[in-house]
Write a protein that binds this ligand. Structure first.
Ligand code: SAH
Length: 231
């Protein structure tokens, strides 16, 4: 893990990944773990506000909006957000965000989906409100290790009482791949979030593929946590 702590991926480098189509993290069919644990996130409630930090063009945003929830996402790549709308043929309009210089908000006009094009660190609860649910996949694990505490502190301020946060981390030998995704061990999840919520590990799944073999790895797991922010 020590080997990853100094690694920094700049916003420019993320934009470049999108420009060159180097987006092996994107799941066209959506994530099976969200499908499986949707009830844990929603707990039978309707009309929730769900946040997708570092959203990319995650198709799960459409799933939840189609169920009647209101979705908010944040992503630095404008290309990613435009691809999201065009790939689902969703109409949208573009608005400036006066509170954040250079930021844009992409508002879907047929569903309740608002996507902010800016850095997550520019958001605050006074701007976006608080959320009943979070889907954090490819998000905490994509944050530069030096920014992890800042990211988590911000996320905690965005959580409503009684909210649920599904967090997907990855597990592999961090000496063999520099990341992202970065390896965040369970002990660190506990020290980052533990004072603010109940943490349960729901499942570990083997996700090893050719892509991971090319990174020089010989195992790769996804680890799903449920973080419950109690009243
Ligand atoms: N959650 C998505 C995308 C994961 S990849 C998915 O599951 O597919 C991480 C994404 O975070 C990239 O699209 C990258 O452009 C974006 N990103 C990186 N740093 C960011 C930041 N500080 N603020 C907002 N988005 C960021």
């Amino acid at each position: 893990i020590g080997s990853q702590m100094d690694r920094v991926v700049t916003e420019e480098q993320w934009l470049q990944k999108w420009e060159t189509g180097n987006i092996g993290f994107h799941k066209e069919q959506g994530h099976p773990l969200l499908q499986k644990y949707l009830d844990v996130l929603l707990r039978g409630r309707s009309g929730l506000r769900i946040f997708f930090p570092l959203c990319g063009k995650a198709v799960e945003m459409k799933w939840l909006a189609d169920m009647g929830h209101s979705v908010v996402g944040v992503e630095v790549s404008e290309q990613a957000l435009k691809e999201f709308f065009s790939e689902h043929t969703l109409p949208y309009c573009e608005e400036p965000v006066p509170e954040i210089s250079g930021a844009k908000k992409f508002q879907c006009t047929s569903r309740n989906i608002s996507l902010y094009c800016c850095s997550i660190y520019d958001l605050s609860s006074s701007l976006v409100g608080k959320f009943d649910g979070v889907w954090d996949r490819g998000s905490l694990v994509a944050v530069n290790p030096c920014d992890r505490q800042r990211y988590v502190s911000l996320m905690i301020t965005l959580m409503e009482k009684n909210s649920s946060y599904l967090l997907v981390t990855v597990s592999y030998d961090p000496n063999k791949h520099k990341g992202p995704p970065f390896y965040v061990p369970e002990s660190e999840i506990k020290s980052l979030f533990g004072d603010h919520c109940e943490i349960n590990c729901l499942q570990k799944v083997d996700d090893f593929s050719e892509r991971h073999r090319q990174w020089g790895l010989d195992y790769f797991l996804e680890v799903l946590y449920l973080l419950k922010f109690v009243a």
